[in-house]
Design a protein around this ligand. Structure first.
Ligand code: ATP
Ligand code: ZN
Length: 304
């Protein structure tokens, strides 16, 4: 893939999944960072309308390689695909270098072992000498080698969950989110061998200065969006005498703003940004301390 040198110096190229489980969240992420891209998913290459950014829409399996071969600057992919591909490329003698830019808090799933529901399970040792169907042979091998288990790997790129019923394998090692697919196929999940989420990775090479400035700007926005997602703006009225106890209860809160309530000398209004989730239990404790009108409001963006 060649491009005029000038363009590759200036435009940040990002690879994302064309259509699949990471696509919607990735597009939402771009949008929340102010990157406007063409909605048409059929185009391999989309240019952002308002920034020198090119978006490459590909299969998720191709994303780690595009980054490791320096064809794109950034890629958004699940850690499961990233690590599996990296191990395969190492075997093939291809480059495997990359830098992790940021974890994304979406695309959460786990790679798990599942066996027919009616079978007993004690530990990974039960898999000794068994046939295991999977799309992730390297991640499976890493986990079972660590457990000292020898087994036979059956490579399937799809429909892994039907393998035991079709008598292709005794067990499977597959991605699970809710477990509904397993249950529908008469399987039960018995052990997690890998936990994954989506990440942004970058090529292991300094970017040209102009591009680096853009990448840093996007990254700052991204972190702002992600912190904001977990942060809340909390408001309440509270007895002045309990202020210290109340602020001690608020997790990750910065210095609160305190305002006098008109006509109530003993009570104040307290406003604060909290960087962590606020649980019902905490709200109940606040109420016990005399807080009233407790409001928890989501924050859309944050910039420190
Ligand atoms: P492609 O056509 O791009 O190869 P695919 O079928 O291999 O797509 P998807 O099923 O869209 O891949 O999953 C993409 C990634 O999303 C997975 O590798 C994993 O990281 C993550 N993922 C898998 N299952 C779930 C799930 N149930 N919920 C959220 N994320 C998931
Ligand atoms: Zn894929």
């Amino acid at each position: 893939m060649s491009m005029s040198n000038d363009q590759s110096k200036r435009r940040l190229r990002i690879a994302m999944q064309k259509s699949g489980r990471l696509t919607d969240e990735t597009e939402r992420l771009f949008k929340s960072c102010g990157i406007k891209i063409n909605e048409n998913r059929d185009h391999l290459l989309a240019h952002a309308e308002n920034m020198p950014i090119d978006i490459l829409r590909v299969r998720d399996d191709d994303i780690p390689g595009l980054v490791m071969d320096h064809v794109v600057d950034w890629g958004i992919v699940g850690q499961n695909v990233l690590e599996e591909t990296q191990m395969q490329r190492a075997l093939d003698g291809q480059p495997t270098g990359f830098n992790e830019v940021c974890k994304l808090n979406f695309g959460d799933c786990r790679l798990a072992i599942a066996i027919p529901q009616e079978q007993e399970w004690h530990s990974l040792k039960d898999l000794e000498g068994k046939k295991i169907a999977t799309t992730y042979p390297h991640l499976l091998r890493r986990a079972l080698t660590a457990a000292g288990v020898s087994y036979k790997s059956v490579l399937l790129t799809g429909s892994v969950e039907v393998a035991p019923r079709a008598e292709l394998a005794d067990a499977i090692c597959d991605l699970v989110c809710t477990g509904a697919t397993l249950q529908a196929n008469g399987l039960k999940e018995v052990e997690t061998i890998y936990e994954s989420q989506a990440v942004i990775i970058a090529r292991d090479q300094e970017l040209f200065p102009e591009k680096k400035a853009l990448a840093d700007k996007i990254l700052t926005r991204l972190r702002g969006v992600m912190t904001a997602k977990e942060s809340k703006y909390i408001m309440m009225n509270a007895p002045r005498a309990k202020l210290q106890e109340i602020t001690a209860l608020l997790p990750g809160a910065e210095a609160p703003t305190i305002m006098q309530l008109e006509g109530e000398p003993e009570r104040v209004a307290l406003h604060v940004v909290s960087r962590e989730k606020l649980f019902w239990e905490t709200m109940e404790s606040l109420k016990e301390l005399g807080a009233t009108s407790i409001l928890v409001v989501p924050i859309e963006k944050m910039l420190d």
